[in-house]
Write a protein that binds this ligand. Structure first.
Ligand code: PMP
Length: 395
């Protein structure tokens, strides 16, 4: 076999990147063992049947040929209007590229912002695909740490230093945050925007959890002064409309960036199926009530979790305002997040993600996805607390 490119063979860095527990849980499930799966951000409720009806009708009606590569005009207009309504920033069709999910938008954004070898900053802890996505775009990921004591919020001074030292071309942020649930307050976003303006960085703002807000408010940094010209916003219908498998999202940015990004799409994805786009348009036309319905179970389970966790003092819950996860400090057990997650799976058949999967700053934490029915979730969390207390007493 001829050699494979370094780009493709080094995408995932070293080791299992903390995905060992996830794969172990999958193997157990495949062998017939019942596992409470709290690893990945997949809703327990499926896509609304009304959206599927729209999808069927579009496909049966013949929208199965090549669709417009940048996205069908009606969907680009609808996404632009939604962004304008939510942020107050003038946005039109020319600001929008429809993509096969937020993941493709993250890749496209880094392709637009970075040349091969350029440094792309990201905040640690980070969503697991970030380093590989940046490497796939032939750029170099550089993780800037955050502290648990500061609720994992980025420090603009630290970002400025990293930008100066590395000569970075972009900064990737994610609020509401996966894995921590943090919502970046205005002061943090103002500080980060200042760094981007000063260092002439692209800001890549991953806002795929923007409909899962439990406390405080979501602010899109594209709305800050001078930022619309240097911000690429990653959007998705995966989390907002439980459409993970439909692969539909977008990138919003200045038309001067969207134009060449359409060329990139022509030469990579060739767009998103027309019937999926019609279904997405129907879903967005269903309004914010439909989004609130999809978010409601996570809001409810977060309240359940807070009640259960308030009755113990072994596990620390990071104060968070959004997204479908709990981020728990397990350091009082004397175990790493990875050891804790493996031991919990072995002892109780409950699968959670080790914090280490999301970078070094998250060592000693675990992420719990609130993605099973309320009763199952409450029972699993109670077991998790008892398990942690037992280990803390032994430590
Ligand atoms: N960004 C974040 C922070 C995510 O958690 C995810 C999915 N878990 C994505 C982007 C990508 O989602 P999708 O490609 O399904 O839109």
């Amino acid at each position: 076999m001829p050699p494979l490119s370094t780009r493709i063979t080094t995408l995932n860095g070293d080791g299992d990147d903390g995905w060992g527990v996830f794969y172990k849980a999958r193997r157990l499930i495949a062998s017939g063992v019942e596992v409470t799966e709290l690893t990945i951000g997949e809703h327990d409720e499926r896509t609304d049947p009304a959206i599927l009806d729209a999808l069927h009708a579009a496909a049966a009606g013949g929208h199965t040929g090549y669709a417009m590569v940048p996205g069908i005009a009606a969907l680009r207009d609808r996404v632009a209007a939604r962004i304008a309504e939510r942020t107050g920033v003038a946005t039109s069709r020319d600001n929008i590229l429809v993509t096969p999910g937020g993941q493709a938008a993250l890749f496209a954004a880094h392709m637009a912002a970075c040349d091969p070898g350029d440094t792309a900053l990201m905040i640690d802890p980070y969503y697991a695909t970030y380093p590989g996505t940046i490497r796939a775009a032939s750029a170099r990921p550089h993780a800037v740490p955050t502290e648990a004591a500061a609720s994992f919020l980025p420090d603009p001074a630290r970002i400025a230093r990293a930008a100066r030292e590395t000569g970075a071309h972009s900064l990737l942020i994610n609020s509401p945050n996966n894995p921590t649930g943090a919502i970046y307050p205005r002061a943090t976003l103002d500080g980060l925007a200042g760094v981007c303006r000063e260092r002439d960085l692209w800001l890549i703002s991953d806002e795929v959890y923007d409909t899962q807000i439990w406390e405080g408010e979501h602010l899109s940094p594209r709305a800050l002064p001078g930022m619309a010209a240097r911000t690429l916003v990653v959007g998705s219908m995966s989390k907002s409309h439980a459409m993970t498998g439909s692969r539909i999202g977008w990138l919003a940015g200045p038309p001067e960036a969207i134009g060449p990004l359409i060329d990139l799409a022509t030469n990579t994805t060739y767009g998103v199926p027309g019937y999926i786009q019609d279904a997405a348009l129907f879903a967005l036309d269903s309004g914010p009530e439909a989004e609130a319905r999809v978010a409601a179970p996570f809001r409810r389970r977060r309240d359940i979790a807070r009640r259960i966790l308030s009755g113990q003092d072994t596990l620390g819950l990071i104060p968070s305002g959004g997204a479908m996860y709990l981020f728990l400090d397990v350091r009082a057990t004397g175990m790493s997040g990875d050891a804790f997650a493996h031991a919990l799976l072995d002892a109780h058949r409950i699968a959670v993600m080790p914090g280490e999967s999301f970078g070094r700053s998250a060592a000693g934490f675990v992420r719990v996805a609130m993605t099973v029915p309320d009763d199952t979730f409450a029972a699993a969390l109670s077991t998790l607390c008892t398990f942690a207390k037992g280990h803390a007493n032994a430590a």
